[in-house]
Design a protein around this ligand. Sequence first.
Ligand SMILES: Cc1cc2nc3c(=O)[nH]c(=O)nc-3n(C[C@H](O)[C@H](O)[C@H](O)COP(=O)(O)O)c2cc1C
Length: 173
Amino acid sequence: MDALQAICERRSIRDFLPKTLERSTVEELVEAASFAPSAHNGQPWEFIFVEDREVLDALNEGRKYTRMLLHAPGAFIVCAKFPEKPRQPKGDGVEYFSIQDTAAAIQNLLLAAHAKGLGTCWIGDFDEDVLRELFKIPQGYAPVAVIAVGYPKYTPNARPRRPVKEILHWGTF
Ligand SMILES: Cc1cc2nc3c(=O)[nH]c(=O)nc-3n(C[C@H](O)[C@H](O)[C@H](O)COP(=O)(O)O)c2cc1C
């Protein structure tokens, strides 16, 4: 599968077959994530892989947009390192690059998963304190996303996209 095909065909998957992931597959996904660009090549990302059914179910408790975790054989908790001192002085617009870097790594992981016949769903609906406690996330790091992963039970249609004519600006906004 070429890169453009993976980009255009990837979908958020919210139902999965009851099939676990090989350890080597999990490692390949994280390796693909690690090829993302990052500011100063800082690579501020960390990946926790969870398969424990009770823990996956707990991540859905009291949340609204996380039901796919009840069927997912696994999930990544993706964390970013936040340096105590910002790398960029305040006023430069971007105080931390960590979220950008980590989001790029997540997208790599999603595309690699799709290319390998897996499905993923990026989940932003989580309680930071709950994740900190459950996964022993140390100070200086913060969870950025939960990524449900597994073998897709179905192929959803593409969700509508804003047309290029609307989002592309030539020269000025
Ligand atoms: C930062 C972020 C947070 C998201 N959070 C959730 C979520 O909590 N639950 C969910 O079902 N989907 C979530 N999504 C997935 C989006 O709903 C999905 O990407 C969007 O509807 C486009 O659909 P597609 O991924 O199939 O192209 C999230 C996506 C991103 C990038």
